[in-house]
Write a protein that binds this ligand. Sequence first.
Ligand code: VGL
Ligand code: ZN
Length: 215
Amino acid sequence: MATRLAPGETDLLLAVDVQNDFCPGGALAVPEGDAVVPIVNRLIAVFPHVALTQDWHPADHRSFAVAHPGRQPFETVMLYYGRQTLWPAHCVQGTPGAAFHRQLASDAAEFIVRKGFRKAIDSYSAFFENDRKTPTGLAGYCRERGFARLYLCGLATDYCVRYSAEDARRLGFAVAVIEDACRGIDLDGSLAQAWSALAGLGVERLLAARLLADL
Ligand code: VGL
Ligand code: ZN
């Protein structure tokens, strides 16, 4: 039997973008996106510290295809910071699509980081915007709180979860991604690429069932 210590004072559960627009029926629905909700809730119940991210775009955000005449969602363009995938308009500030899934146990969150609120730049990672330089403040928060190990889950595995996990490793945190508490978009092999990039950075890949069973 594997033995894993129960999550403690230096462990943070970070649930990424569990929002209506990433769930079936939403503007940028991730296949089975809502299936993560009960699993994330079970994790929330056993973690003493929980933070959430919330994708939070102005209505005229530059990552939206509609801001680029003649372009379609899922095409890529060059913006000032590099290549950017164009998305259907999603998670517009204050809209129902930007709200957390109503069954998510969001009251447990000690901290909510919003990202993607600057019109000209997207932010997949919870730590840095897509220029990979502009901080969101989450790294400082985690350090001040004394978190050493971050457990990531949520949507989407191959975008916001992946980039958040990569940045967390680069910042020196121990990182685990809880695979069955995530779902991916999978554009042109992005899901397989995400898992290999994460493995290469020493990100642990866990199953919620195992984590919970070991407690
Ligand atoms: C996301 C694409 C655009 C995500 C957010 O949460 O993974 N993906 N905005
Ligand atoms: Zn977004």
